[in-house]
Design a protein around this ligand. Structure first.
Ligand code: LLP
Length: 427
């Protein structure tokens, strides 16, 4: 890999993306050269080495702990990236029937997949049972549907109870999931009812408990609090005669979007909970963002620069349709040019062409005034980027490319207008 190693060695910045002679590189390739080859803009660009480094940061931190890393597909479900993760031994955290099918297609071992969700349909549950995935119980109606699915498929199913731990991860309310009023999981005090219900269902095999606190978490102490609390549940449920194997603490570790170099990394999370794990449970974690987030960028081209009132705008060809996180969560993504840009430095709003004022990638950014056609990268876009893209304003989803050393591979074609209009066929 051509990227220089982190001098400090203790930040979680994507070292596979780096700047040399004012050019942005992805591993051994210059992004500007990739732009010339791709002939499509915008596009997503990923570094395989970075995905691998992030995944292995978990597996090496977990050495000596009975554990399973179940990558959360929702962050990025590109089949090529999934295949790599399956090859490296990752499990999968899934949230839909189609993600179950993708897990199968990518080669994930069924017994290393967990099917989550507060609104699983009966069809999806039958698929999960048939496939042999573990299933999380989320509510009273969910357990009835899981039981029915197992009866209709005539197979036992390994289940976990998703318990809402009522811990506040102090993140944006839209990505907080483990507090008391959340739509996910069951209330603590309901556990005995669920145990009785499971006892009455011969095809439901209770193997563990699950919780997920939220996303973009910056303080790993909350993972310790959750692990401690959930281990109490493991103990009391075992005392009720169940032989639990798994403690699943979900995903949620944040990444260094703001480039502060102060955020905890994978090893910090694991080290914070290590001494609590006594060896009689297998730990499951479900990271998404911290595996793919800093391994991808959205590459755009500058269409032009304009001013209105007191504001200066850089208008690029990418938009909230390709990357909605800034518009939806007011999320910060680092922005930089892919090539030398020498105009006057000003305070800019970086915006796209979508007909809506919330269509922006960054506000109040100090950037050099770019020439038309300059390449502009929105960083840390590998998680919940393409995965949350849309056709808003009639835009076709962009292609995705993967760099492995000096090799560039297109791993998803751009959507074509012809394919899109065919969806309107009435026959
Ligand atoms: N497990 C469960 C049960 C989850 O609900 C999630 C994410 C994960 C694992 C993975 O969390 P991660 O490690 O990626 O934080 N669209 C939002 C994020 C929503 C996350 C929802 N659940 C964003 O762009 O920030």
């Amino acid at each position: 890999m051509g990227a220089p190693k982190s001098a400090a060695g203790n930040n979680n910045r994507a070292m596979s993306f780096y700047t040399k002679d004012k050019h942005l590189y992805c591993e051994k390739l210059r992004v500007k050269d990739i732009q010339a080859r791709v002939a499509h803009s915008p596009f997503y660009l990923y570094s395989l080495a970075q995905v691998r480094e992030n995944y292995e940061a978990y597996t090496s931190a977990l050495a000596g702990i009975e554990s399973m890393v179940c990558y959360a597909f929702k962050a990025n479900n590109n089949l090529h990236i999934l295949r790599q993760l399956a090859k490296w031994g990752s499990g999968g955290a899934l949230v839909s029937g189609n993600e179950l099918k993708l897990a199968k297609a990518a080669g994930f071992a069924a017994r290393r997949t967990v099917f989550n969700g507060n609104g699983k349909t009966c069809d999806e549950l039958r698929l999960a049972v048939d496939h042999g995935a573990m299933v999380n119980i989320d509510s009273e109606f969910d357990i009835e549907n899981i039981d029915r699915a197992a009866t209709s498929v005539k197979k036992p199913v390994n289940v976990l109870i998703r318990i809402n731990p009522d811990l506040d991860p102090e993140v944006h309310p839209y990505v907080s999931t483990g507090i008391r009023d959340s739509k996910f999981g069951i209330r603590n005090e309901q556990v005995p009812w669920f145990l009785d219900r499971i006892r009455a269902a011969p095809l439901l095999n209770l193997v563990g408990v699950h919780c997920h606190l939220g996303s973009t978490i910056q303080d790993v102490q909350i993972f310790r609090d959750a692990t401690f609390l959930m281990l109490q549940f493991v103990k009391t449920i075992r005392q009720e005669g169940f032989s639990l194997k798994y403690l699943n603490i979900g995903g949620g570790l944040g990444i260094d979007y703001e480039r502060t170099n102060t955020l905890p990394r994978q090893a910090d999370l694991i080290d914070r909970i290590r001494d609590l794990l006594t060896g009689d449970v297998t730990l499951i974690i479900e990271p998404g963002r911290s595996i793919v987030g800093n391994a991808g960028i959205l590459v755009n081209q500058v269409l032009g620069v304009k001013a209105n009132g007191a504001k200066h705008f850089i208008v690029v060809d990418g938009s909230m349709a390709e990357l909605v996180r800034p518009s939806l969560y007011d999320a910060y993504h680092h922005i930089g040019f892919t090539e030398p840009v020498s105009g006057e430095v000003k305070t800019y709003e970086v915006v796209g062409p979508v007909c809506e004022s919330t269509d922006f990638f960054g506000k109040g950014r100090q950037l050099a005034t770019p020439h038309d056609g300059a390449g502009l990268a929105v960083h840390d876009a590998g998680a919940y980027g393409y995965a949350m893209s849309s056709n808003y304003n009639g835009r076709m989803r962009p292609p995705e490319y993967l760099v492995d050393g000096d090799r560039l591979t297109r791993i998803r074609r751009a959507e074509q207008f012809d394919e899109y209009v065919r969806l309107f066929d009435t026959t």
